[in-house]
Design a protein around this ligand. Sequence first.
Ligand code: PLP
Length: 391
Amino acid sequence: MTHNYDWLNTERTTLEQAGLRRYLRTVMSAPTGTINLDGRDVVLLGSNNYLGLSTHPEVIAAAVEATRTFGTGASGSRLISGNSELYTTLEANLAKTKHTEAALVFSSGYAANTSIIPVLASDGDLILSDALNHASIIDGCRLSRATRKVYRHCDVEHLKTLLSEAAAFRRKLIVTDGVFSMDGDIAPLPDIYGAATQYDAMLLVDDAHGFGVLGKDGSGTVAHFGLEGTDIIRMGTLSKAVGALGGYIAGSRALVELLINKARGFIFSTGLPPATLAAANTALDVIHSSPELRQRLFSHAKCLKTALTNLGYTLLPTKTQILPVVLGSPQQATSIADALLAEGVFAPAIRPPAVPPGTSRLRLTLMATHTETEIQQAIAGFAAVLPKFHP
Ligand SMILES: Cc1ncc(COP(=O)(O)O)c(C=O)c1O
């Protein structure tokens, strides 16, 4: 007898009825300010290619050259035959950028988080995690078998209370996003680091959305707060402002050595394609040498935020390139996203479990490569849908 798979359809219907069914759209062009989506040109307000580096000519040239030299795939895990010299160059560049002794690249940011957290904490340890941390952190915590406690979003007093009750644990790990992916706000790292120091805890910062964007050299949230010389463990991704793919951990040489030996997502996965490594390495150089990209990104963000606020939209109080317009139910978020798409603006709806129930939203993101005309087109789209869906 074969299994009856009808439950798959039942589950899908349940998601549909809750407004939580997800659909794949097809992008038929590169992630620039205007993309071809399912055959139509629309202004893109939903990309993490914040600096436009995935289409930067030098980055593309590096990727092409690496493919010619090294081929298309790594062909093995890094501990077997997949550790191309491109990794050595990229990891040295990352460590320099992040002001740490060493760095280690993983196949994605998701793999980096789900790999490092179980190495840092396990049975007998305590993990303290911000309530709005990214799903990859949550999954890393679940895999770790450590005790987990969630502190209120960016609430350092709550964090300290939990730390003060944690004397019985062997090791303590605090983990937080640097820039919160769905809210766009910045974690109060100096206070969190102060609490970590006071209670002898490790601090891991996921800077997926701060890297390339914050800090005067673009090196991220830790630099934004002038905490470069500390022992904060930096995690991040090469898939957003860097415009490529992959995750990284930057920290002490001893930490990297241990990860090479124990991080399961590192050990049991094939290395990244050479093109990706070379693209990321060149993108880091562009990040160092092009502060004007960050300035342009922030100027766009300010312009869109001001215009939408003047129209009457309520945005979360963010100071970054991530502008959340919280709407409430999944249905509200998807209906306004659909109306915007009809106006030629692609502003994806974000629903649970990516955000807490009741806070479904549009998550608007800017890119340095948006043109002024595209920003104005986006504002016109929001103006057109406003009468229909006043938030
Ligand atoms: C805060 C945060 N951490 C980690 C990740 C995972 O990174 P990647 O997409 O490289 O797997 C993301 C991606 O959305 C993220 O937003």
